[in-house]
Design a protein around this ligand. Structure first.
Ligand code: ADP
Ligand code: GN1
Ligand code: MG
Length: 372
C-alpha cells in the first residue's frame, strides 16, 4: 500500500495530523481487512490500529460501523476498564466513525489494546479454555442488547438452509467442471440436508433465541493478558450481527478442537479432541453465566456439528465454483478443506453421545468448574 495514501487516510482522523504521525506499518495476521499499526509522536494515545475495511466482503461499511458503535458502547457501559475491555472507535475530524478516501476505500481507527497479546493458534489447552470464557462472556454482555437493531453485515452468513441452496446451485451449474470428481462429497452433504436445517428451524420456531453473535470466534480475535492468560477484549467485530449462540460456540470447536489443521490432507489425523471440547464447554458455560437457555445448552453439540458441516459445504461450494471466495494456496485446496471438515463432522457423529454427556456434565457442575 502506498505510504502517502496511508498517511492521508490516517490524517482524516482526530488527533492524527500528518506532522504527528511517526510511522504506519503492516500489523497482525488477519485474513479479511488491511491492518496497520499507527504510531503518533504525541497525544493522549500513541498507538492506534488503522484498518482498511474489506468492502468486497462487507458491502455496507457505514451500517457495519454503526453495528460496532452500538455493540461497543453497550459493552463499555458495564466495563471496569472501558478503554481495554472493548474496541474504541476514533472519529474522523468531522465526527464520522470511518473515512472514505478518493478511491472509495473505507478506513477506520481503533485504540490499540496495550499490554495484550493475540495468539494465532491453540498451543496450550488453557488458552483455548480462556477463549471460551471470553466468548461466553461476550454472550452474557450482549444478552440484554436488542439483536434485531443490528444489520446483517453479511446477509444469511450462517443460514445453513440458504448455504445449502447455494451448494446445490454450484453443483448444477458446475462452472469449473469439477462436480463429477466430487460426487462422494456431494452425496455426503445431500445425505445430511435435513439435519443441517435443524438450527434454522429452531430459530424460526423461537426455540432458540436470536442473539448478538460474533461469528468469527477464533483465538486470534481475542486480546489476552500475557500475565494472567485471561482474555481482555474481543476484537474483529465486523461480523457481529444477529445469530445463534450455538454457532459461535460451534465455530470455535470446529476450528480449535480439531486434532489437525483445517486443511490437513491426511484425514487419519483429523478428529474431535474430546478433552479440548470439554474445556471449551466448561469455559463457554462459565463465561455466559446464566444467560444461556436450556435449549441453547442442549443444542451446543449440534451447533459444533452444524458449523463443521456448513463450513465443509462452503469449501465444497467454492471448489465447485472455481475457488472464488476462500484464498487458496494450491490446486484442490478447497476440496481438501471440505474433506477435512466432513471427516471431523463424521467423527462428531461417532462421538455424539460423549459430546452430549460432556455438555450435561459441565452444565450440572456449573459454578463448580474451576480452572483458574
Ligand atoms: P481481520 O478481520 O483481517 O482478521 P482484525 O480486526 O482481526 O482483522 O485485526 C487483525 C489483527 O490486528 C488482529 O488479529 C490483532 O493482532 C490486531 N488488532 C486488531 N485490532 C487491534 C487492537 N484494537 N489492538 C491491538 N491489536 C489489534
Ligand atoms: C473465513 O478469513 P477467516 O479465516 O477469518 C470465513 C469464516 C470461515 C473461515 C474458514 C467472512 O474466516 O466464516 O469459517 O474462513 N470468514 C468469512 O477458515 O467468510
Ligand atoms: Mg481477525
Amino acid at each position: 500500500m502506498d505510504r502517502q495514501k496511508l498517511i492521508r487516510a490516517a490524517a482524516a482522523f482526530e488527533g492524527c495530523d500528518k506532522d504527528n504521525i511517526l510511522s504506519v506499518t503492516r500489523h497482525g495476521h488477519g485474513h479479511i481487512n488491511d491492518t496497520y499499526l499507527l504510531q503518533l509522536r504525541s497525544g493522549r494515545f500513541n498507538r492506534l490500529i488503522l484498518q482498511r475495511i474489506n468492502t468486497d466482503i462487507f458491502t455496507d461499511p457505514i451500517g457495519l460501523m454503526d453495528n460496532i458503535l452500538k455493540v461497543t458502547e453497550h459493552i463499555r457501559a458495564t466495563a471496569i476498564d472501558p478503554l481495554r475491555e472493548t474496541l474504541t472507535v476514533i472519529r474522523t475530524r468531522d465526527g464520522r466513525p470511518c473515512y472514505r478516501d478518493e478511491d472509495g476505500s473505507y478506513w477506520r481507527i481503533y485504540l490499540y489494546i496495550e499490554n495484550a497479546v493475540c495468539l494465532e493458534k491453540v498451543d496450550n489447552p488453557r488458552d483455548f479454555y480462556e477463549s471460551a470464557v471470553s466468548f461466553g462472556h461476550f454472550q452474557r454482555q450482549l444478552s440484554d442488547f436488542p439483536a434485531d437493531s443490528l444489520i446483517e453485515t453479511i446477509p444469511d452468513f450462517h443460514n445453513t438452509v440458504k448455504r445449502y441452496l447455494d451448494f446445490e446451485k454450484a453443483v448444477s451449474m458446475d462452472i469449473a467442471g469439477r462436480a463429477a470428481s466430487a460426487m462422494q462429497e456431494i452425496a455426503f452433504v445431500r445425505n445430511r440436508r435435513e439435519m443441517m436445517s435443524r438450527g434454522e428451524l429452531l430459530r424460526k420456531n423461537g426455540e432458540l433465541p436470536l442473539r448478538v453473535t460474533h461469528n468469527d470466534t477464533k483465538l486470534n480475535n481475542i486480546m489476552m493478558d500475557p500475565e494472567t492468560g485471561r482474555g481482555i477484549c474481543i476484537i474483529d467485530l465486523d461480523t457481529v450481527m444477529p445469530g445463534l449462540s450455538i454457532y459461535d460456540f460451534g465455530d470455535s470447536i470446529r476450528f480449535g478442537a480439531n486434532t489437525a489443521d483445517e486443511d490437513e490432507m491426511d484425514l487419519s489425523k483429523v478428529g474431535l479432541d474430546l478433552e479440548l471440547y470439554r474445556l471449551y464447554v466448561q469455559g463457554f458455560i462459565k463465561g455466559a453465566e446464566d444467560s444461556l437457555t436450556r435449549a441453547e445448552i442442549d443444542n451446543l453439540s449440534y451447533g459444533a456439528w452444524n458449523m463443521t458441516m456448513e463450513c465443509g459445504m462452503r469449501f465444497l461450494t467454492d471448489h465447485l465454483n472455481g475457488d472464488v471466495y476462500f484464498k487458496t494456496a494450491r490446486a484442490g485446496h478447497n476440496l481438501c478443506r471440505a474433506r477435512n471438515q466432513f471427516k471431523l463432522a463424521m467423527d462428531m457423529e461417532d462421538k455424539r453421545d460423549e459430546m452430549k454427556m460432556i455438555v450435561d456434565d459441565c452444565n450440572n457442575k456449573r459454578g463448580l468448574v474451576c480452572l483458574n
